[in-house]
Design a protein around this ligand. Structure first.
Ligand code: ARG
Length: 464
């Protein structure tokens, strides 16, 4: 039970209380950022004359050896320490003696942990951004190859109008692009350094907070010391963004599961991303898509959990805030893993283009275009809508699609039909005529693809 406090206590902490209070098992992953923060802090202390240069050098050397030894596995972070901060300080003092005890001058664990969480979250935000960048690249590649791949577009999971695969994928490209936008926005907002806020009220030492902020890659120091140690809204923003990413991935997965079903057979998931059944030899299951959809719940859970943890806390630091870590880390790990595996799955997935096009032809997806044809011949849209409704009924009765009806059969429904109807409602025409901004027509899609390429070029992944 190695802890940083105890002078004020007569008795030892109860063992179960100690374990309940400790966070080392999950905050040990902060060791890298904790050491980075300490380095910046001691450099600043020496610069300000608060620490001697000799002490600074000895602390920096000590921190280097700790970092190296943890990396190489020579030094194990065990739960005999309360948290990662105690671990570093205890080992440092053990290794370099007196100077180690001066590391914490002008600092509290409150601003230390606030700094660690910011630094760690920043690097995770950048990591997620990189993964989304790769995902968008993969989506864009599929779009480029499929501006002519017809498929039905759906509303209410009922066939609605014909679209192309490029158009459908383009919808997801936009969603993930906005998710990246959210990451970039929150990154700017969170890029302020809380180090120097102390326990809550700053310190009486002449700290140079601008220096440490710059040293650690922040834009500036935070403006209010109480806020600096009391809020975790940047973690919440990140969790919200991850939740939105997961929601988007989950919808995409749901579609892939449907497209992969025996009834649809629009896609075939690669063997490397599928699993079998222990009893049914014929099975090839879309487990990865299902798991990504399933894990969405736990990421939402992390967001709700931390929102609830924070909602009743008086300013400034409260121990409740230690709960910002375990579940948030779990959400970060799982969301990143989902983006990565999902990208692998869709990058290797094959499309059955003929089946998709055939499916787009059945189900009266050209009914709107047939109505528009009548409008072109002078029929009011509302009347055209009714006429085509009657035509669809007649088709169902004869078990035919609209284009399979003879001209005589069509004329029975309305004399306005002429032989140019067949061209007007062909799959190609239905898609190609849709040339408004954002529509599936080839010329428009090619513009969108160019625009997306430029977007990727001009918006590289965040770097920390
Ligand atoms: N393990 C703590 C946390 O994660 C570190 C900060 C402790 N500060 C304190 N005043 N007890 O929040």
């Amino acid at each position: 039970m190695a802890q940083l406090w105890g002078g004020r206590f007569k008795d030892k902490t109860d063992k179960e209380v100690y374990d309940f209070n400790a966070s080392i098992n999950f905050d040990k992953r902060l060791i890298g950022v904790d050491i980075a923060g300490s380095r910046a802090h001691v450099k600043m202390l020496a610069k300000q004359g608060i620490l001697t240069e000799a002490d600074r050098d000895s602390i920096l050397d000590g921190l280097n050896t700790i970092e190296d030894d943890v990396k190489s596995g020579n030094l194990i972070i065990t739960d005999e320490y309360e948290d990662v901060h105690s671990f570093v300080e205890a080992v440092l003092t053990d290794r370099i003696g007196e100077a180690g005890k001066r590391l914490h001058t002008g600092r509290s664990r409150n601003d230390q942990v606030a700094l660690d969480m910011r630094l760690y979250t920043k690097s995770r935000v950048a990591g997620t951004d990189k993964l989304l960048y790769v995902l968008i690249e993969s989506i864009l590649n599929t779009m480029k190859d499929n501006v002519d791949t017809f498929m039905p577009g759906f509303t209410h999971l009922q066939k609605a109008q014909p679209i192309t695969l490029a158009h459908h994928y383009g919808a997801y490209l936009e969603m993930f692009r906005r998710d990246r936008g959210r990451l970039h926005d929150l990154f700017i907002r969170m890029n302020e350094c809380p180090l120097g806020a102390g326990a809550l009220a700053g310190t009486t030492y002449p700290l140079d907070r601008e220096f440490t902020a710059k040293e650690l890659g922040f834009d500036c120091p935070t403006r209010n010391s109480i806020d600096s140690v009391a809020d975790r809204d940047y973690v919440l923003e990140y969790l919200f963004t991850l939740s939105t990413v997961m929601m988007h991935l989950s919808r995409f997965c749901e579609e892939i599961i449907i497209w992969n079903s025996n009834e649809y057979q629009f896609v075939e998931i690669d063997d490397a991303f599928s699993t079998g059944s222990s009893i049914m030899p014929q099975k090839k299951n879309p487990d990865i898509a299902e798991l990504v959809r399933g894990k969405t719940g736990r990421v939402y859970g992390a967001l709700m959990s931390l929102l609830t943890t924070m909602k009743g806390l008086p300013l400034a630091y409260n121990k409740d805030m230690q709960e910002d870590k375990e579940i948030a880390f779990d959400a970060m790990d799982n969301a990143d893993n989902c983006i990565h595996l999902f990208t692998g799955m869709i990058s290797t997935m094959k499309f059955r283009k003929e089946r998709m096009a055939k499916s787009a032809m059945n189900g009266f997806t050209n009914a709107t275009d047939a109505a528009d044809y009548l409008v072109g011949k002078g029929v009011a849209f509302r009347d055209a809508h009714r006429i085509i409704g009657e035509l669809v009924l007649a088709c169902i009765d004869k078990n035919k699609s609209i284009e399979e009806m003879t001209l005589d059969e069509l004329k029975e429904i309305s004399p306005v039909f002429d032989k140019d109807i067949y061209e007007a409602i062909s799959l190609e025409t239905c898609v190609e005529k849709r040339l408004t901004v954002g529509a599936p027509g080839k010329a428009v899609m090619q513009n969108e693809i160019l625009e997306a390429e430029n977007y990727l070029k001009n918006n590289p992944a965040l770097n920390v």
